[in-house]
Design a protein around this ligand. Structure first.
Ligand SMILES: *Cc1c(COP(=O)(O)O)cnc(C)c1O
Length: 472
């Protein structure tokens, strides 16, 4: 394919994408295929001679779209949203074209410097404390990583290195392995599974502590666990608090957890993967109060801020603590301007990094802060409308407070009844939702996902649910 053909095919592809996204509501949101379906539809070997563009495009609908779950359908109400927008797609297209591997300032000056700028923009939109932002004399700043999972691991490893060094300072002969065997970190039973994974990969003890009746991680619970662990000779070093849990969108009490972490010298990390986007709205920003106690804060613009996957935003107060965990400096990566700008390879595990700030920049510029705020508020209001519909049907109950664009609800009665309803809904296929459990109770989660969702889609979904509930 030469540039002339690319010009032509590129326009065709843009047309296909525009058609796909503007008629996506006509498709069944959940793919209707069995595992292994694709193997039956494609050749066993890659073609030796090139296929034609036409032949390739002919396969998109019957092979690819047939097995696609349409996350951007306004009938998709499962999990949490994943961002998507035309500006985001276009920004990513340019990033693909530049195709740099911006591990150091020298390997991609614009890649590094735009990221510094947009992470400060975004940090200011959230009113993060200034210690989290890049400033001439500070050590704070933001970095874009792939996922919240990767970020939690990165911060846990930063905290682990900090504690190993501290303890070694007093006990120079102590082996790293011996120190690690004493380290312990904490999260609640509502934290995302990626926190457990970070503990596994980081090879440290993790205590999963009980949340309160609303699913919130409270100070007294942490206090008790720390006391017990210290009495047993262990060293508490890291707490992961969640703002907007995946199960029911509960908020951990960071105003209680924060001062405890500060007193104990524990690294507090805040995972706000989903709900973080809402903090750009003044009415939701109070939910972030207490962030000043944290060492690191993360949310995913690729969830609820119209940015395409992957774009997970992390801010730290002291980036040197990440660098201490991750610096390895072979000669071939060195350059003569080191120190003036961040060399982002020291801020995370991978060396290579995409020009992800471009899509964020496109989204922030072409939407502007006000439109992004309005979109969040619209989604929360739609969730409140859905909540009203649920509450008006006496067969149902709402199981958690609706703070963001997620409604947790169930049929009154047994878990089995609700498992049956969920199966009816997803077999029916007009809408897609997923369940969760809390403290033994099974419930259904209704999330406003696509940014194109309107009140009509919400009413449609509720009608489907009511109709199927008649069959339970
Ligand atoms: C979605 C989510 C995650 C995982 O996000 P990834 O970016 O896919 O790793 C972690 N924590 C919370 C609270 C989430 O909602």
């Amino acid at each position: 394919m030469d540039a002339e053909e690319f010009r032509k095919r590129g326009k065709e592809m843009v047309d296909y994408i525009a058609d796909y996204l503007s008629s996506i509501d006509k498709r069944r949101p959940l793919a209707d295929v069995e595992p292994g379906y694709i193997k039956e539809l494609v050749r066993n070997e890659a073609p030796v001679e090139p296929d034609s563009w036409e032949d390739l495009m002919k396969d998109i609908e019957p092979i690819i779209m047939k097995g696609t779950t349409h996350w951007h359908s306004p009938h998709f109400h499962a999990y949490f949203p994943t961002g998507n927008s035309f500006p985001g797609i276009l920004g990513d297209m340019l990033s693909d074209a530049i195709g740099c591997i911006g591990f150091s300032w020298a390997s991609g000056p614009s890649c590094t410097e735009l990221e510094v700028v947009v992470m400060n923009w975004l940090g200011k939109m959230l009113s993060l404390p200034p210690e989290f932002l890049f400033s001439p004399n500070g050590h704070g700043g933001g970095v874009i990583q792939s996922t919240a999972s990767e970020v939690t691991l990165t911060c846990l490893l930063g905290a682990r290195t900090k504690f190993i060094r501290q303890i070694k300072g007093d006990n120079p002969n102590m082996e790293d392995g011996v120190i690690m065997s004493k380290l312990v970190c904490y999260c609640s039973d509502q934290a995302h599974s990626s926190v457990e994974k970070a503990g596994l990969v980081g090879a440290v003890k993790l205590r999963i502590l009980e949340s309160d009746a609303k699913g919130s991680f409270r100070g007294a619970t942490l206090e008790t666990a720390i006391k017990t662990d210290k009495a047993n000779g262990l060293v508490p070093f890291f707490v992961c608090a969640t703002l907007g849990t995946t199960g029911c969108c509960a908020f951990d009490n960071i105003k209680e957890l924060g001062p405890i972490c500060e007193r104990e010298g524990i690294w507090l990390h805040i995972d706000a993967a989903y709900a973080g986007s809402s903090f750009i709205c003044p009415e939701f920003r109070p939910l972030l109060d207490g962030v000043e106690f944290a060492m690191s804060f993360n949310f995913n613009p690729h969830k609820w801020l119209q940015v395409n996957f992957d774009c997970s935003a992390l801010w730290v107060k002291d980036s040197r603590l990440l660098a201490e965990a991750f610096v390895v400096d072979p000669l071939y990566l060195k350059h003569e301007n080191e120190g003036a700008m961040p060399d982002y390879r020291h801020w995370h595990i991978p060396l290579g990094r995409r020009f992800r700030s471009l899509k964020l920049w496109f989204v922030l510029r072409l939407f502007g802060q006000r439109k992004l705020q309005q979109s969040i508020v619209k989604d929360v209001n739609l969730a409140k409308e859905f909540e009203k519909l649920v509450r008006a049907d006496t067969r149902f109950e709402v199981t958690s407070e609706v703070k963001m664009a997620l409604v947790c609800f169930k049929l009154k009665g047994t878990n089995e009844k609700n498992e049956k309803l969920l199966k009816l809904i997803n077999d029916d296929g007009r809408i897609h939702i997923v369940p969760s459990t809390m403290k033994g109770t099974y419930y259904l989660r209704f999330a406003i996902c696509a940014s194109t969702t309107t009140i009509d889609h919400v009413i449609f979904a509720w009608n489907v649910i009511q109709e199927l509930a008649n069959k339970v």
